[in-house]
Design a protein around this ligand. Sequence first.
Ligand code: AMP
Length: 354
Amino acid sequence: NLFWAPVLDEGVVKHYRIRQLDEGGFFLSRRRAFSTLSEFVSHYTRTSDGLCVKLGKPCLKVQVPAPFDLSYKTVDQWEIDRNSVQLLKRLGSGQFGEVWEGLWNNTTPVAVKTLKPGSMDPNDFLREAQIMKSLRHPKLIQLYAVCTLEDPIYIITELMRHGSLQEYLQNDAGSKIHLTQQVDMAAQVASGMAYLESQNYIHRDLAARNVLVGEHNIYKVADFGLARVFKVDNEDIYESTHEIRLPVKWTAPEAIRTNKFSIKSDVWSFGILLYEIITYGEMPYSGKTGAEVIQLLGQNYRLPQPSNCPQKFYSIMLECWNAEPKERPTFETLHWKLEDYFEADSLYSDTNNS
Ligand code: AMP
């Protein structure tokens, strides 16, 4: 039994794991357990005893859980009138169009993807969106509604205040993000992916650019399944191999060879995502072309251990890059490994845990 407790320390939120003994006590470290949570709190209010700071005032909880639907009507009728969506601010432009912060029915903040005409076949998209709509998990970006009757197609989803994980990592470049947070990001993504795995669904384009960051250190997987319906034209990342385009540096070798994607090729991509997380958003295999990477991987070359990357973290990356797909871990295993990453060590500081 465990739960996470966020602690705010000079503008940075750290998460501590409070665990429960079978006989009922609470502890951060086994060396000191408390029979009630209020004794626990009063102890850490008097002394930091290994925490980053002494506990001060409780934080007000401002976060409302993201709804799964905009309203009861969009539960099954999710083609909505585009006039009910107001586009407020452009958040970014992706390879298939733009992403806007919007307001639905003048009340609900949403993100709106506007798709360039011709970037997908509406029928293909609707078929895929039907499945995407039924996938519901706290670590997956929820698809709320669509407007497909005219161009540009709108995809309306949950809004994430801090944008893509790739930009988030690059912006702070390590000044604020430490190992505990990096492991937490990875664990949250693995949790969303473990759900997709349990639903027999394949992401096909797992990468830091497709993970979004919300408030209070919440990370969610976005754009699952879209790779199948998009007609991709971003040549920097999605290189042409045979007649299709792929994000070569994120794609498992067998998926490149045969164009057969599986949850195990998603696990390979997850390994690359771990590399992005630990290097604060560096381009994997920088300086190498996609063709060079394909050739090197065939000779058993793998991305080297980044200088700040603990051996334990790198070992997880290497497991994801096993040449034999069946030998790669499941997302379920990856999830608990990352959740328990600090288990054997001190729970207290980022640096002690490397
Ligand atoms: P994409 O077309 O998915 O690559 O998105 C382009 C950019 O828009 C991303 O890099 C994010 O910064 C931003 N973005 C995409 N989806 C969302 C969302 N649901 N909430 C907030 N920002 C988003």
